[in-house]
Ligand binder design. Sequence first.
Ligand code: F6R
Length: 610
Amino acid sequence: MCGIVAYVGNKPAQNILMQGLRRLEYRGYDSAGILVVTKNKKLKRVRSVGNVDELQKKLKNQKLAGAIGIAHTRWATHGGVTEKNAHPHFGQQGTVALAHNGIIENYQYLKQKYLANHKFKSETDTEVLAHLIEKFHAKLSLKKSVEKTLGLIGGTYGLVVISAKEPDKIMVARSGSPLAIGLGKNQNIIASDATPILPHTRKIIYLDDGEYAEITAEECQIYRLGTKGEIDKKAQKIDWTMEQAQKAGFEHFMLKEIHDQPIVIMDAVRGRLRPKEGSARMGGFNMTDLQAQKIKQITLLACGTANYACMVGKYLFERLAQIPTNAEIGSEFRYRNPVIDNKTLVFSVSQSGETLDTLVSQREAKRKGARVRGIVNVVGSTIAREADGGTYIHAGPELSVASSKAFTNMLMILTLYAVYFGRLRKMSFETGSKIIKEIQKLPGKVNQILEQAQAIKKAAKNYAGYKNMLFLGRGINYPIALEGSHKLKELSYIHSEAYPAGEMKHGANALLDPKFPVVAIATKNNLYEKMISNLEEVKARKSPILAVATKGDKKIQQLTQDVIYVPKTIEILEPVLNVIPFQLLAYYSACELKRNVDQPRNLAKSVTVE
Ligand code: F6R
């Protein structure tokens, strides 16, 4: 996720763009850049590593005079955090510049096919687009060059493009990454969300995927890829406050991030699935297939929510690849004498990439000769830097203290690694292919669950009054019960515990009574009948039951007070779907109890202390 802002009008662009960047900083803050078309039609650019303040410092001594420009605040995906990789990027001749949010999957192909003799200054996928558009623009108008390029791109983009040869306009395009156009009087402003636009106008057009526009100070013409002629799109009047706009109209970052999941799941797997091999491949893994085949055990290091993702990972690696796997809590691992060696592959799994206990454990594992790889969200973070390779989960900035979309994307990456290792061992092509096909259906299925948000809100109202709750799961869903309980505690402060349901009869059954509700995952998998028996026992002790069940399961209604239905998927992917109702349950319970949802008491987003 990155932030884009562009302006064309009758005012100095620099200030408007810089104010816009500040409002978009939550979307990425590892580098920033601004470019303005000067009066003598030169494209003048200033970029800086770090946040918008750093860029502002650089601009102190050099004013960018002009009334049209583009700017960008970056959340690195392809290429490290360097000034060279910061946007905007130029074409080879420096006559076209653009800023991009998203991932161009086929940039290597585009490079080889169309730009074989070009020299690139950055490691980004984005620079390829600037070169390509500029190349076509030698003979075609800017609009036609952008159209032609869009027809060749695979991946996602929110794009703003500017040309020294047509210096009165900005071309913008969207596929998968948001873009809004604010329509003003003799000025138009484009941005990744409404916040940079609202101080200038409240008339906003939200582009849909496949749409692109040619924008001057006076006009905004919108087109759709594959159809001829302008399309008629009405502007909406937006009454949001600035904060509401940053949250895309959601009440809290937490709710926004929960709703981001269908998109970020795709970002996690984009370019990593290998349907023709029934497998997956992670670019930064830095290990040959032969080396990977020699791995004898896997250790997953993490804390909190990330640890629950790792517990699912253990199940995946053992089930799909038959590799003995341990999910280890960072704060414990570092003080043990863990049995690891150079045939052990260690994954450090972390949203922030800065969690001290995970970091120190990673160092300990390295000291013992293990091969250490990161599965991290924040690009360039310490865990990512110190690991010998790894994979970014591409969840985008997660601002709510309680993790949601990062958890889901950790699950996705662990699944891809398990498929990869499975295929190097005994897993058949058919099994690998089936998993890949099911992965591709997940975003749509997550959307179906999100559509039930109001029903989950109602359920949360019924349960928010209880003082204690118990989450039950079995098999691969036990870690999801743990995560559901964890989310509920941290957001609503309701005490809760999680158990593998089969373990209840060994002690926890004593807790059951009408004041102790049970939240159970009872989806249709190979342990379904066992879970139903467990719930019969719960019902007999008169504890109210809220179940997460598979769509179409009527039987479950005889046992439960409330049911949240999730679509059917294969068992190994159930965690990705089953966690969503729990995130919403925790969120709405916290709202009901008037908790500080985005910043729960006593917690911090990144735990860099022991
Ligand atoms: C829970 C939560 C924490 C983190 C934990 C690890 O919602 O956010 O439990 O999961 O502090 O943080 P990272 O993933 O940054 O290492």
